[in-house]
Structures are given as structure tokens and as C-alpha cells.
Design a protein around this ligand. Structure first.
Ligand SMILES: O=P(O)(O)OC[C@H]1O[C@H](OP(=O)(O)OP(=O)(O)O)[C@H](O)[C@@H]1O
Ligand SMILES: NC(=O)CC[C@H](N)C(=O)O
Ligand SMILES: [Mg+2]
Length: 509
């Protein structure tokens, strides 16, 4: 669930890209990168780590130019090593850099074709490297020294014809501008906005609208599913629907967990969707146990706070922040290995005993994925003296792998896979477990924008909207990306050095 950003401004955009990436940090903690273009020359810095650790002042001085793109990475394909950090770069045609959020489901087949038919070399096992090569090849085929908006749109049309899966992308084409595009189902989010300055209009595209807000850009709207927008270096904007068939199905897990609550995606306020999730879950609790004995509702920070508050209010029960979060520990779910995730939960959250002692507590989380968080928190609640520990999940049971940009490739690692609610309840050690119903989750999002008729709900249903996800494919990614396999190909070289092929900007110092 990476974060992407692109800006075409009237002066240097480096620090603004940096600020935007810090606003998107919650979408990827493994690596960060920026590419800018100054008078046709591209400059790049990327490495493993958080945004604040990757970039230094000296880099900013070298990342010059009025247009640039940035990326924060949460790997879903290949290793999490520095060679797979984004943006990716190809020198031909024109000099193109690309940042991608999502995951392709036909990488292997396209990769073969890129090598055999397009005669292009792929140097990593990243799906994003395949994607940039397809885009570059389709542009190359047009054989234009001076490409027009039409040419970029034709290339995107061909990308849609060749690749499958989830992709929200922003590409920088040296000397020409930025091209942002979104897959025909709009699975991953991407918005754009503008800012008026004395020198003219500046444009920005980003995974989430929060990045626009904080930089003073006004949200214009979403890149529509299948659509591409091209912003020239001079700040002219062109738009075109490039897919034969577009059918918006945004990933509902963005509204559950990934996005910041202050973001608006496809016209839906994530904050309001989470409030409605809480209300609907409370109504279900009241249907199932009108005479419940819950004394207090306690959210598991951060992501369940909004839903938890609405749930407590609808139930008419006290809402208390009984768990305090260490703000210096990152998100645990998107960490690469189970050992790291387990250790981080305990370091991250601590109980305020008086909120638990002698009480029947209802813990609320946005979702239960591997069960790492809830198992430990339930135990901590008991140690803090809770009489009964109930658990509510604002999302239904996560029981199936994700193939569109969330690193949940292994069904066996999901606590709900093949288990009933009662069995999960026993496994996590709760006295009662209640899940949101899928239709209520969908309604909580859909009520935010009646134009959005359907969502990608594959982690709850096992139904994959791109229609190309076979059991064979699932078995392959499961073998390649289960926790043990990922630990095996763990990557980071000693020191800070990044493998760089095309320029001298990657070595940190
Ligand atoms: O069942 P699990 O595998 O533990 O995954 C689910 C948990 O992980 C996420 O929290 P995370 O700590 O990543 O981020 P947050 O601070 O935004 O809640 C999510 O909000 C749940 O708390
Ligand atoms: N989470 C994502 O969007 C990942 C993007 C891309 N598939 C990668 O692994 O780098
Ligand atoms: Mg959480």
C-alpha cells in the first residue's frame, strides 16, 4: 500500500515532495524515494527507511527542478531491498521515472513478453519495474521525438491492455511533464489538486488528499478509473479516459485501515465512513445482545479510534482511551516479519490500569488480520484486571489473500482463514467476538458517495474483480511471500549504500 506523489510547480518542488511523502508515510515504511527534473536532467535519491531517515539536506540541494515525483514503499512483490525502492527509472525513451501503488497480477507473463518481444531487460523482481518498461515500450513504439498528450494517452491505453491488477501511478517524463493513471477498476486511490500562485497554476497528484491539504493545494478530484492525466512542465493539464471499459471498484480496506481519516477518496470521507462503521457495528451488538453488560469501550489506537467513538456513542456506553500508544513505533501490520510485528505491539501499546480493573471492556479494532495485535491486547487487558474482555472488529473477518497492493499473500497467516467466529474468539482469548457484517461495511462506505456502486472486498470474500486470479497464482504468491520466505530473502546490505545503475545520486552521504 505504497504512497505516491507528483508535483509540477513554478519553482523547486523538492521540499514539497518531501513534505508530501511524510504525509503519506503511513502507507509505506520500508523505503522512500524522490526523482526531480531540472532542465531535462533527472536527479534521484532513494533508499530503505522512513522519509525522515532517507533524505538529508544535502540531497535536497541536489534534487532541483520544478517537477518531481516521490514514493513511500510497502513491498508486495520481490524483496524489500534498496534496488526495489521507487521511483524506478528507464532512460529510453525521453528519460522516464515512475512511482507505483498497487500490485500487478500478471507480472510473470508480462515480464516474459517485455523480454522476448519488447527486447527490454528487467533487473529486479519488482512488478513496478515491469510496469515502467511496458509504459516506456508503448511510448517508444510511437516513435515521436516530440510526444504530445495524445501519445501519452495512447501509451496508457496500451498499458491497460497489457497489465492486470491494481495500479495507481505517476510517471515523470523528462522535459515533458507528469502522467498519472489509474487501473480500470480504480482499485488504488489517486487524487489531484491545484494551487494558484503569482507565476501561474501548480498541480499535484497524490495517493491521498491529506497530502494536498497540508501543502495548500485544493482537491480537484480523483483520477477516474482507467483515466490518465497529463500535466506539462508549463502547467497545462490534459485528461483522457484510456480504458475500453472502466468500472470503479475502490479497495474498501483503504477505508478500514490504510488511509488517514482526514482523506477523501472517490468522494468518500474516510472519517465519516469510519463513523458509520462504528454506528453499524453498535447496532449489530444491540441486535445480538440488547442486554449486554459492557462497562466501557476502549479503542486500539490508532486506526480504530473513530469507529470506536461512534460505536460507544450509539451503544450509550463510556468511551475511554485505555491504551496509550508510543508514537515512535510505526504501524505494526505493515512491518515485514511476524517477529517484528509481535514485539512492536507490546512496545507500542500500554494499558491504563484503572480503565480495565474490575470492568467488562469492549476492545474495538478496525480489523483483525493475523491476530497479532488482538491476542496481545486481550492478554494485557486481563493482566490490567479486566473482568470480561469482549472484542469488536469494525471490518468483517479478513480471510483471503490480497493481490492488489496489500501484502497479505498467505491465507494460512490470516487468523480467520478456515475458522469460525467462535474458533477465532477462542484463539485470541476473548470472552466474546463480534465482526461487522460485510453489507454494513459496504453501506458505511457507499453512503459517502452514492455514485460508488461497488468495492473491491476480496480480503473478505475471496472474489477477485480482475477475473484473472487463479488458485495456481495464489499458490505461487503464497510460496514466494509467506513470512518465512520473505525472511529468507531478506535484503538490506550493510551500511547505507544503494545499488544504483543510472546516476550518482543514490549513495547516501
Ligand atoms: O491482526 P493484526 O495482524 O495485528 O492486524 C490488525 C492490526 O494492525 C493494524 O494496526 P497497526 O498497528 O498496523 O496501525 P495503526 O496504529 O494505524 O492502528 C490494524 O489497525 C489492527 O490494529
Ligand atoms: N504496496 C504497493 O503499492 C507496492 C508497490 C509494488 N508492487 C512494490 O512492491 O513495490
Ligand atoms: Mg491498529
Amino acid at each position: 500500500m505504497c504512497g505516491i506523489v507528483g508535483i509540477v510547480g513554478k519553482g523547486n518542488v523538492n521540499t514539497q515532495l518531501y513534505d508530501a511523502l511524510t504525509m503519506l508515510q503511513h502507507r509505506g515504511q520500508d523505503a522512500a524515494g524522490i526523482v526531480t527534473c531540472d532542465d531535462g536532467r533527472l536527479a534521484q535519491v532513494k533508499a530503505n527507511g522512513l522519509v525522515r531517515d532517507v533524505f538529508r539536506t544535502s540531497h535536497m540541494l541536489r534534487l532541483k527542478g520544478n517537477m518531481g515525483i516521490g514514493h513511500v514503499r510497502y513491498p508486495t512483490a520481490g524483496s524489500s531491498g534498496p534496488a526495489l525502492a521507487q521511483p524506478f527509472y528507464v532512460n529510453s525513451p525521453y528519460g522516464i521515472a515512475l512511482a507505483h501503488n498497487g500490485n500487478l497480477t500478471n507480472t510473470e507473463e508480462v515480464s516474459q513478453h517485455v523480454y522476448r518481444a519488447d527486447l527490454r531487460h528487467i533487473n529486479t523482481d519488482s512488478d513496478s519495474e515491469v510496469l515502467i518498461n511496458v509504459f516506456a515500450h508503448e511510448l517508444h513504439r510511437l516513435n515521436k521525438l516530440n510526444p504530445t498528450a495524445e501519445d501519452f494517452f495512447t501509451a496508457v491505453k496500451e498499458v491497460h491492455a497489457r497489465v492486470r491488477g491494481g495500479y495507481a501511478c505517476v510517471a515523470l517524463v523528462a522535459n515533458y511533464g507528469l502522467v498519472a493513471f489509474r487501473d480500470p477498476h480504480g482499485i488504488r486511490p489517486i487524487v489531484y489538486g491545484k494551487r494558484d500562485t503569482e507565476q501561474g497554476v501548480e498541480y499535484m497528484v497524490a495517493s491521498e488528499s491529506v497530502a494536498l491539504d497540508t501543502l495548500g493545494f485544493t482537491l480537484v478530484g480523483d483520477v477516474a478509473p482507467g483515466e490518465a492525466i497529463y500535466i506539462t512542465t508549463d502547467g497545462e493539464l490534459h485528461r483522457r479516459q484510456c480504458a475500453e471499459q472502466a468500472d470503479l471498484r475502490p479497495c474498501i480496506f483503504e477505508h478500514v485501515y490504510f488511509a488517514r481519516p482526514d482523506s477523501i477518496m472517490d468522494g468518500i470521507s474516510v472519517y465519516k465512513a469510519r463513523l458509520r462503521q462504528g454506528e453499524k457495528l453498535a447496532e449489530k451488538i444491540l441486535r445480538e445482545r440488547r442486554d449486554h453488560d459492557i462497562d466501557v469501550v476502549i479503542p486500539i489506537p490508532d486506526s480504530s479510534r473513530v469507529a470506536g467513538q461512534a460505536l460507544a456513542q450509539t451503544l450509550g456506553v463510556k468511551f475511554r482511551e485505555g491504551l496509550v500508544k508510543n508514537r515512535y513505533i510505526g504501524r505494526t501490520f505493515i512491518m515485514p516479519g511476524q517477529q517484528q510485528r509481535k514485539k512492536s505491539v507490546r512496545q507500542k501499546l500500554n494499558t491504563i490500569e484503572l480503565e480495565f480493573k474490575g470492568k467488562n471492556v469492549l476492545l474495538v479494532d478496525d480489523s483483525i488480520v493475523r491476530g497479532t495485535t488482538c491476542q496481545q491486547i486481550i492478554q494485557m487487558a486481563r493482566e490490567a484486571g479486566a473482568r470480561k474482555v469482549y472484542f469488536a472488529s469494525a471490518a468483517p473477518a479478513v480471510a483471503y489473500p490480497n493481490v492488489y497492493g496489500i501484502d497479505m499473500p498467505t491465507a494460512k497467516e490470516l487468523i480467520a482463514h478456515g475458522r469460525t467466529t467462535e474458533e477465532i474468539c477462542t484463539e485470541i482469548g476473548a470472552d466474546w467476538l463480534i465482526y461487522q457484517d460485510l453489507e454494513d461495511l459496504i453501506a458505511a462506505s457507499a453512503e459517502g458517495n452514492p455514485d460508488v456502486k461497488a468495492f473491491d472486498c476480496s480480503v473478505f470474500t475471496g472474489e477477485y474483480i480482475t477475473g484473472d486470479v487463479s488458485t495456481d497464482y495464489l499458490a505461487k504468491i503464497e510460496a514466494a511471500r509467506n513470512d518465512a520466505a520473505k525472511a529468507g530473502k531478506s535484503k538490506k546490505p550493510d551500511g547505507d549504500t544503494v545499488i544504483g545503475l543510472h546516476n550518482d545520486m543514490q549513495e547516501l552521504g
